[in-house]
Design a protein around this ligand. Structure first.
Ligand SMILES: NC(=O)c1ccc[n+]([C@@H]2O[C@H](COP(=O)([O-])OP(=O)(O)OC[C@H]3O[C@@H](n4cnc5c(N)ncnc54)[C@H](OP(=O)(O)O)[C@@H]3O)[C@@H](O)[C@H]2O)c1
Length: 328
C-alpha cells in the first residue's frame, strides 16, 4: 500500500511517499481502509524529533487521525465489523502504523462509528482536535451551560470543534480568527461573536459582546502571545486552558492571584484512558445528534504531505486540514 514514511527526524523533506506492506490486525485490533487522514501541528513537532509527548521508533508512518471503512477485524473484536464507516482517533493507542497511509491498524477501542450524515473528510477532522477540544472544555475547564467561553484561535482544527461543543451544551461563545475567511467559518460553527486577533485592540469589543458580563473560560491556542492579555476581561474565579503554546513569555503571577483564576495545562497525551474514552463516546454522540459537524479546510493529496506540514505551521487556518487518500 501507499504511505508516507519517515526514516529520519527533520524538516518536511523527511516525509517520503513510499510502498509499504499492508499491516495485519492482531487480537483486539482492526484494520481501516482510510479515505482521509487529519493533519495536526503535533505531527510536525514529532517529525522534527525531541517532542516531549511522543518519540516514535523509525521508520515511522505519521498520523493519528483518519476516517474510512473497516476492512478486517482481529480476533476478539465484536463492536466493529468489516464495512462499518468509522473515524480513528489513535493518539493514545498502541499504534502499529499511522494514518498517513491507505490502511491503518489500531486498537479497536479508538475506532468509532461515523454517522451517514458525516463525510469521511469530516471524520478525519475529529481525533486529536476533537479529543483536545472536549478535554479542554469538559475535563479541564469544567465548562457549564450559561457560562461565557472565549476561544482564542477558533478557526482551526481544535477551535472550530470547541465552538460547536461549547454551544451544544448551552455556553455563550466568542471566538477569534486572523482572516475574514476564518471569521466566517467561526460564525458558521455557531459562535455568538467573532473577533479578529490580527487587528490591534480587538479585545476592546469584549465588554459590548458580553453585556459587560466578562469571560468565564478561555481556551488558548497561542499562550506565549496571549496569556497576559487573556486576564483583561477574565472574570473572578475564571479558568484559562492552555491548549497551544509556541514560546515563553514575561508573566506576573499577580494576575492570577487578583482574580483567583486557574491556569490549566492540557495535553491530550496526558488524558487518563477512561477520560479519553469518555471524550470519544461524547464525540460520537454529538456527531449523531447534530452537536458536531466538522468544518474541513484545505485538502492535500496524501503524496503532498510535505506541503501540508509546511502549511499547517506557516499558513492561516481555514478549517481543519486533511489529506485525501482513497476515492470513496
Ligand atoms: N494540548 C494539546 O493536546 C493539543 C491538541 C491539539 C492541538 N494543540 C495545539 O493547539 C494549537 C491549535 O491547534 P489546531 O489543530 O487548531 O491548529 P490549526 O488548525 O493550525 O489552527 C491554529 C489556530 O491558531 C490560531 N491563531 C493564530 N495566531 C493566533 C493568535 N495570535 N492568537 C490566537 N490564535 C491564533 C489560528 O487562527 P488564524 O490562522 O485564523 O490566524 C487558528 O485558529 C496548536 O499549537 C497545536 O499544536 C494542542
Amino acid at each position: 500500500m501507499k504511505a508516507i514514511q519517515m526514516s529520519a527526524f527533520g524538516g518536511p523533506e523527511v516525509l517520503n511517499y513510499v510502498d509499504v506492506e499492508e499491516p495485519v490486525p492482531s487480537e483486539n485490533e482492526v484494520r481501516v481502509k482510510l479515505h482521509y487522514a487529519g493533519v495536526n501541528p503535533a505531527e510536525t513537532y514529532i517529525r522534527q524529533g525531541g517532542y516531549a509527548f511522543f518519540e516514535p521508533e523509525l521508520p515511522y508512518i505519521p498520523g493519528f487521525d483518519g476516517a474510512g471503512v473497516v476492512d478486517e477485524v482481529g480476533p476478539g473484536v465484536t463492536r466493529l465489523k468489516p464495512g462499518d464507516r468509522v473515524f480513528v482517533s489513535s493518539s493514545l493507542a498502541n499504534l502499529t502504523t499511522g494514518t498517513y497511509a491507505e490502511k491503518v491498524v489500531c486498537d479497536a477501542d479508538v475506532v468509532y462509528q461515523l454517522p451517514e450524515s458525516i463525510s469521511f473528510e469530516q471524520g478525519a477532522a475529529l481525533g486529536v482536535p476533537g479529543t483536545a477540544a472536549y478535554r479542554a472544555l469538559f475535563h479541564r475547564a469544567r465548562v457549564k451551560p450559561g457560562e461565557t467561553v472565549f476561544i482564542h484561535g477558533a478557526s482551526g482544527g481544535v477551535g472550530l470543534l470547541a465552538v460547536q461543543l461549547a454551544k451544544y451544551i448551552g455556553a455563550k461563545v466568542i471566538g477569534t480568527a486572523g482572516t475574514e475567511e476564518g471569521i466566517e467559518l467561526v460564525k458558521q460553527a455557531g459562535a455568538d461573536a467573532v473577533l479578529n486577533h490580527s487587528e490591534p485592540g480587538y479585545l476592546d469589543a469584549i465588554p459590548s459582546t458580553t453585556d459587560n458580563q466578562g469571560i468565564d473560560v478561555i481556551l488558548e491556542m497561542l499562550a506565549n502571545v496571549n496569556l497576559v492579555k487573556d486576564f483583561t476581561y477574565l472574570n473572578k474565579y475564571g479558568r484559562i486552558v492552555i491548549v497551544g503554546n509556541r514560546g515563553s513569555l514575561d508573566f506576573n503571577p499577580r494576575l492570577a492571584m487578583g482574580k483567583e483564576a486557574d491556569i490549566l495545562g492540557m495535553a491530550v497525551w496526558n488524558a487518563p484512558i477512561d477520560e479519553y474514552n469518555e471524550s470519544l463516546i461524547g464525540i460520537e454522540a454529538a456527531l449523531k445528534n447534530g452537536g458536531l459537524n466538522p468544518i474541513v479546510g484545505k485538502i492535500y493529496p496524501l503524496k503532498e504531505a510535505q506541503k501540508a506540514h509546511v502549511e499547517i505551521i506557516e499558513g492561516k487556518a481555514k478549517g481543519k486540514m486533511v489529506l485525501k487518500i482513497n476515492e470513496k
